[in-house]
Design a protein around this ligand. Sequence first.
Ligand SMILES: C[S@@+](CC[C@H](N)C(=O)[O-])C[C@H]1O[C@@H](n2cnc3c(N)ncnc32)[C@H](O)[C@@H]1O
Length: 189
Amino acid sequence: MSNLLRELLDHGVLETVLFAVLLLGGLSILYYTVRTGVPPMPSHPSVRRAVFRMIPDRLAPATIYELGCGWGGIAFELAARYPEARVVAIELSPLPWLVCHIRRLLQRRANLEIRRADFLKSDLSDADLVFCYLMVVPMRGLQRKLAGELKPGAIVITSTFALPDWPVEGTETVPESMSATIYRYRAPG
Ligand SMILES: C[S@@+](CC[C@H](N)C(=O)[O-])C[C@H]1O[C@@H](n2cnc3c(N)ncnc32)[C@H](O)[C@@H]1O
C-alpha cells in the first residue's frame, strides 16, 4: 500500500469520500425518480427475453430508441443484436447514465449512442423501433409524443405499462416477473 493511501486511511479521508459519493448518488437517484416519476429499476432477465421475442423476426431497423435506458442492460443487448442499426439510449438520471458510459468501456458497442436527455424533448422521428419500461403516468404524454412524431408503421414495445389508447398488435405475459405484460404497437399512419 502506498504511503499516501495509508495516510488517507489513517485519517478517515477515504471513508468520508466514499460516504459522500454514496450519499450524493442516492440523493441524485431520489431526485430524478421524483422528477420523472420513474425509478431506475432494471427489467428482469425474463422480461428482457420476452421483449426480444416481441420484436418481429424480419425487422431490420435502421434506428432504435430506448427511452429511459436505466443502467443499460437492454440497450447493450439491442446494440449487439442489431449491429447494423444505430441504437440511441436516452437517460435523464445522471448516475445510471454514467454507469452506461463506464459499462461501454468494458462492453464495446460501436453502434450505441448514450444520451443524457429528456426523451420527451428529444426528436424521435427517425425511429424504426422504440422500447420503454416506465410507469403509468408518463405513458399518456409519451403516447401523444409518439403519435405526433413517429413514422407510420414504426414498432413500439412497452414493458408492463401500456399506451392507453393505441390498438395493441401483440402481447406476452411473463410469469417469472409478477406476470408483467409486454405490449407491441405500430405507429398509426
Ligand atoms: C424503470 S427504468 C427502466 C430501465 C431500462 N429501460 C430497463 O428496462 O431495464 C426507467 C428509466 O427511465 C428513466 N426516465 C424516465 N423518464 C425519463 C425521461 N423523460 N427522459 C429520460 N429518461 C427518463 C428513469 O430515470 C429510469 O432510469
